[in-house]
Ligand binder design. Structure first.
Ligand code: CS2
Ligand code: MN
Length: 348
């Protein structure tokens, strides 16, 4: 298992030098943040990122993410050009020996929360989600009015994108995902890159937009589209955790045993209602995700991919990118490393 840590590149307020001081971290999860969505990632830029990581005695283990252009999700005729670029970017990853690619297929928005700094009883803050609050938001003016939330869309851009999705239902989205996977997975396999789709977060539709990667049935359907070790899952415990009907331990074991889990996001959440939850510290006692049993099951299933602490709380007065401060993620990393050492009976 490669214990890894997400780094947002040179603009991340947390330097690699600090990440390196977390003694258990071996891998870095990163991306290029200055390539327009849909364009090919220049190989020399990926190589420069890899060099910067190696200069701190770490390894660039995962690219998270190469974003999938909305035209691909919408199934527009322009998608073929973007898919071609995607394939070329994957080839470059493979040529540089970067083995894992995380991506998602969520329309318009990535993860969604109603509050980016909900105060927990101990004075720390965490991200939280309340379905009623999200459902009461009206996007017709193209403005997502949530405190602290930055979207990359102009009002006009968001409005026209939402219009474009008006005719897209769940099955359309599956069809478009299928088209994408059939085009890119063979290239990933040839290149020695394992792709892992990130589940939808939260795992249900928001703003009337379809969301499809939400449970075991979806994973089963996904891996059946192209039967390849390169067509896998990023098992994000915090994204799936709000789905109370899912047995995460069973699920992670089932798909890991089939060789389809190259990457794990370890994050804990506490469910506070049918469609409400907040994030917590990583440890089992803090939330509803049984981290110990998950790690034991992963070890039993022979997990050999990368794993990273996902969102942390803000503690000790730290300020920064929501979910991506240093302190709580570092605590999470140490905790996860401790669990892993115990379940495999050896240090890494
Ligand atoms: C991440 C996602 O911050 C997070 O919750 O897990 O933003 C993730 O990077 C993307 O969904 C992957 O494409
Ligand atoms: Mn995640």
């Amino acid at each position: 298992m490669i214990l890894s840590f997400r780094w947002y590149g040179k603009d991340d307020p947390i330097p690699l030098r600090h990440i390196r001081q977390i003694p258990v971290i071996k891998g870095i999860v990163s991306a290029l943040y200055d390539v327009p969505v849909g364009e090919e990632w220049p190989r020399e830029k990926i190589a420069a990122l890899q060099r910067a990581v190696r200069d701190e005695a770490l390894e660039l283990s995962v690219i998270e993410s190469i974003p999938v252009h909305e035209d691909i999700k919408l199934g527009l005729p322009t998608r073929d050009r973007y898919i071609d670029n995607y394939r070329r970017s994957i080839r470059s990853m493979g040529a540089l020996g970067i083995p894992i690619l995380c991506y998602n297929f969520m329309p318009v928005f990535d993860w969604m929360r109603s509050d980016l700094s909900m105060e927990l009883p101990d004075g720390s803050t965490a991200l939280s989600y309340d379905h009623e609050a999200i459902s009461s938001i009206d996007l017709k003016d193209g403005v997502l009015d949530l405190p602290g939330w930055a979207t990359s869309y102009t009002a006009e851009g968001l409005r026209s994108l939402l219009d474009a999705y008006a005719g897209i239902g769940t099955e359309d989205l599956w069809r478009n995902l299928e088209y994408f996977l059939k085009a890119v997975v063979p290239v990933a396999e040839e290149s020695g890159v394992r792709m892992g789709i990130h589940p939808d977060d939260p795992p249900w539709p928001i703003f009337g937009l379809p969301r499809i990667i939400t449970d075991d049935a979806a994973f089963e359907r996904l891996i059946g589209i192209v039967d390849s070790p390169s067509n896998g899952i990023t098992f994000c415990t915090g994204s799936l955790g709000p789905n109370a009907g899912m047995d995460l331990v069973k699920s992670i074991g089932r798909f890991t045993r089939r060789g389809r889990v190259p990457f794990v996001h370890a994050r804990n959440i506490r469910r506070t209602g049918k469609r409400s939850f907040h994030e917590t510290a990583h440890c089992t006692g803090s939330g509803d995700v049984d981290m110990y049993r998950l790690m034991r099951e992963l070890a039993d299933a022979g997990f050999d991919g990368a794993l990273r602490p996902d969102h942390g709380r803000m503690i000790w007065g730290e300020r920064g990118r929501p979910g991506y401060g240093l302190y709580d993620r570092a605590l999470g990393a140490m905790y996860l490393a401790g669990l892993w050492e115990a379940v495999i009976g050896a240090s890494q």
